[in-house]
Design a binder for this molecule. Structure first.
Ligand code: SF4
Ligand code: SF4
Length: 151
C-alpha cells in the first residue's frame, strides 16, 4: 500500500508542472480557438443566415421599417460554436479569441447591428422594391411596422 503510494508520488513529481499559470499570467489561446463573436456592421448585408443556423437562437432579426433591418445578438446564450461565422456569406462575423466574458451586467453581452436595406446606389435613398418577390428578399417574412401580413 505504502509502496504504491510512493510510486504514485514519484510519477507525479516526474511529470513536473502540467497546469498553466493563468489567471496569474495572461493566457493567449491557440489559433482556431472559438471566443466571443463580433460583427463587422460595414460588411453585414442583413441576410439573416447567422440567425437561421444559431443553435441556441441567440440572434434575433427584426425589420422595424422596410429600409432597416436590426440584428440583435444575445451572447449570454452563445455556445461559441461559430456556425454564424461559417455561414456568413460576407465574412462579417469574426470569431475572436476573447474568452473572459464574465460580467454582472447582461448588457455587456448584448450586440446590436443596424443594416440599411434597399437603398438606391445612385442617390442613396430608399426605394420600394418592384415586385412582391423582390420585396420579400428585402424585408424577409416579417411585414414592415403597421402593415398586415396579407397586404
Ligand atoms: S457562435 Fe454559435 S451560438 Fe454563438 S452566436 Fe454564433 S451560431 Fe450562435
Ligand atoms: S452577419 Fe453575415 S450571416 Fe448574419 S445577417 Fe449579416 S451578412 Fe448575413
Amino acid at each position: 500500500m505504502i509502496i504504491s503510494k510512493l510510486k504514485e508520488a514519484l510519477i507525479c513529481l516526474k511529470a513536473g508542472r502540467v497546469t498553466l499559470p493563468y489567471p496569474f499570467a495572461p493566457h493567449d489561446p491557440e489559433d482556431g480557438f472559438h471566443g466571443r463573436v463580433v460583427v463587422d456592421a460595414e460588411k453585414c448585408v442583413g441576410c439573416g443566415g447567422c440567425a437561421e443556423v444559431c443553435p441556441p437562437r441567440c440572434i434575433e432579426v427584426t425589420d422595424p421599417s422596410p429600409e432597416k433591418r436590426v440584428l440583435e445578438f444575445f451572447l449570454e446564450r452563445c455556445t461559441y460554436c461559430a456556425r454564424c461565422a461559417e455561414v456568413c456569406p460576407e465574412d462579417a462575423v469574426i470569431v475572436t479569441k476573447e474568452f473572459e466574458t464574465a460580467t454582472n451586467d447582461l448588457e455587456d453581452m448584448h450586440m446590436r447591428v443596424e443594416v440599411f436595406m434597399s437603398t438606391c446606389r445612385r442617390c442613396g435613398r430608399c426605394y420600394e422594391p418592384p415586385t412582391p418577390l423582390d420585396r420579400m428578399m428585402v424585408t424577409g417574412f416579417r411585414p414592415p411596422t403597421g402593415e398586415s401580413e396579407g397586404a
